[in-house]
Write a new protein. Structure first.
Length: 122
């Protein structure tokens, strides 16, 4: 699915601290709205988590550090939890707003392309 791939690429290229869960949720929501098939979206995202599990165990994930089984299991579970949050969106719901609570305050200005008021000075 092109939507999932594009959000994954953006997340990696922008490398904004604390944005992983937001991007997972956003991608799942946008893909669900495009396909109207949340089950398929969650299957695709589960396949990615399986790939990430093995990449993490081998040191081919994120910072290149080899991660243990339990660490990768916890990471995958956290990602799938927010994938489900995104995939259970209502048709027409604003995906950015659905997922905005997943972004730490310090990272919000860097994601103002999704929530414009995050880029405004207070």
């Amino acid at each position: 699915m092109k939507i999932l791939s594009s959000f994954n690429s953006e997340m990696k290229s922008r490398n904004i601290a604390g944005s992983d869960q937001f991007y997972h949720c956003l991608a799942a929501c946008k893909a669900t709205q495009a396909t109207k098939n949340p089950e398929l979206v969650l299957e695709m995202m589960a396949l990615k988590e399986t790939k990430d599990y093995y990449a993490g165990r081998l040191g081919l994930y994120g910072d290149g550090r080899r991660r243990g089984h339990y660490e990768m299991q916890a990471d995958n579970q956290a990602d799938m939890d927010v994938n489900r949050l995104g995939a259970t969106c209502q048709m027409g719901e604003d995906c950015s707003r659905r997922c905005m609570g997943l972004v730490p305050e310090r990272s919000r200005p860097f994601l103002s392309n999704y929530i414009p008021e995050w880029g405004q000075d207070e």
